[in-house]
Design a protein around this ligand. Structure first.
Ligand SMILES: [Zn+2]
Length: 69
């Protein structure tokens, strides 16, 4: 289990369940075939860009690596 260096919430593969909540919701909507508004899809795109920068950070990589042992 990995934890986000920013908020301490659970983080999977560089995606924080709190900071990148929109990405988690997006995946659930896809999985359960739930309709999504354009507004929501816009915020998912913003969130994905933030997450890509986030995953490049050394502290985030460390947080991911430490727990993989
Ligand atoms: Zn976080």
């Amino acid at each position: 289990m990995s934890y986000c260096p920013d908020c301490g919430c659970k983080m999977y593969n560089g995606i924080c369940t709190n900071c990148h909540e929109d990405l988690i919701i997006f995946d659930e909507c896809l999985e359960y075939d739930i309709p999504m508004s354009d507004e929501f899809l816009d915020s998912v795109n913003d969130c994905r860009q933030r997450q890509q920068e986030y995953a490049k950070r050394p502290d985030v990589k460390r947080a991911m690596g430490v727990d993989e042992r």
